[in-house]
Design a protein around this ligand. Structure first.
Ligand SMILES: NC(=O)c1ccc[n+]([C@@H]2O[C@H](COP(=O)([O-])OP(=O)(O)OC[C@H]3O[C@@H](n4cnc5c(N)ncnc54)[C@H](OP(=O)(O)O)[C@@H]3O)[C@@H](O)[C@H]2O)c1
Length: 325
């Protein structure tokens, strides 16, 4: 890959992980609108191609690099590809994520390892690889974590554990790299309508878990429009803000947990009792299998619209192989 000398000098460059669909795609689009050339990363080459074609309409240059960002060498390869193509890096957005939904009793050690690989190591590896380049430009890092990284959302234990680790790393990183001219923003979204239930993994009673999760993800009072979320996250990142918390429910939950942690733990223990019971031994996390009832189809209309708009359906081959297409 040779360095492209035709691009306008000085145009900033952003690298976004998990950019093939959902929030990552929208964060990339927001950065494109603000004049950044883009490097997109995800595992699926087909997903990246569709996102790239969409983003190039904004008149910027886009490079797609298929990689598993949780692996040291792969993360290094993505950063190297960005520097080879564009010669600089100004913004690193660590957004790649994996949601496994189900009771703790149905989760296996491998589910925790997978969550940590994508959402903790998938943050640490690209940050360590990109820091030298970000020091040269006084760069910005956005760590997309979750309210699940601040308090324990039930039936999401591997996710919450990995997000807590990500919050710890991102907050500590912010404190240490500020003196080197690099700013770190910890993004803490609550539920957003990214269309992600389509690609999320469910265990225990898969159909029941899928239904509660997709319904919550689609309700306007609980979940946020994903385009608005991306705008707010990019604003905060480019301004160098330390933290941005999205959705009123997430803000309220975090305040309560900070003031009275024992009370929030009791409330969430009660919420857990309302969620589907454990199926023993239960399948490993995968996709729902049976067609949903009509009430569910009506309640989740917003989530399905988001899925269609934000590229959740692009990688049909992958979806079919998981039995979800
Ligand atoms: N949706 C919500 O309500 C919500 C709430 C709070 C926080 N968040 C966080 O926001 C982020 C984006 O969520 P989303 O809803 O947009 O999820 P999504 O639609 O499932 O998108 C996840 C993205 O990450 C990529 N990815 C997954 N594993 C990867 C790996 N090992 N290496 C590289 N890329 C990988 C996926 O592409 P491939 O599968 O092709 O790799 C995809 O592009 C996640 O970190 C999530 O935890 C979401």
């Amino acid at each position: 890959m040779s360095k492209d000398t035709s691009r306008p000098e000085g145009r900033p460059v952003a690298l976004v992980t998990g950019a093939s669909r959902g929030l990552g795609f929208l964060l990339a689009r927001e950065l494109a609108v603000r004049g950044h050339d883009l490097v997109l990363c995800a595992r699926s080459a087909a997903g990246l191609d569709a996102a790239r074609a969409d983003l190039e309409r904004h008149g910027i240059e886009v490079l797609g690099v298929p990689a598993d960002i949780g692996m040291t060498a792969e993360a290094g390869r993505v950063v190297d590809a960005a520097l080879t193509r564009f010669g600089r890096l100004d913004v690193l957005v660590c957004n790649a994520g994996l949601i496994q939904v189900g009771p703790a009793a149905a989760m296996r050690p491998n589910d925790y390892a997978q969550a940590m690989d994508v959402m903790f190591w998938g943050l640490v590896h690209p940050v360590l690889a990109a820091l030298p380049a970000l020091r040269r430009t006084g760069g910005r890092i956005l760590a997309v974590t979750s309210v699940g990284g601040k308090l324990p959302a039930p039936h999401l234990l591997p996710y919450c554990a990995a997000k807590h680790a990500a919050v710890g790393f991102a907050e500590g990183l912010r404190v240490e790299v500020a003196r080197e001219g690099v700013s770190v923003t910890v993004g803490v979204p609550g539920l957003m309508r990214t269309g992600s239930p389509r690609n999320a993994m469910f265990t225990g009673d898969r159909d029941a878990e899928y239904r509660w999760f997709a319904t919550a993800d689609s309700l306007p009072l609980l979940s946020m429009n994903a385009e608005r979320a991306a705008r707010k996250l990019v604003d905060a990142t480019l301004r160098g803000r330390p933290e941005v918390v999205l959705t009123p429910a997430a803000k309220l939950g975090m305040r309560l947990h900070g003031l009275a942690p024992a009370t929030t733990l009791r409330v969430l223990t009660g919420v857990n009792r309302l969620l589907p019971a454990t199926v023993n031994p239960g399948p490993s996390p995968g996709h729902r299998t049976s067609p949903p009832p009509r009430w569910f189809t009506i309640l989740t209309r917003l989530s399905r619209t988001a899925a269609r708009r934000w590229h959740q359906f692009d990688d049909e081959t992958q979806l079919r192989s998981r039995g979800a297409a």
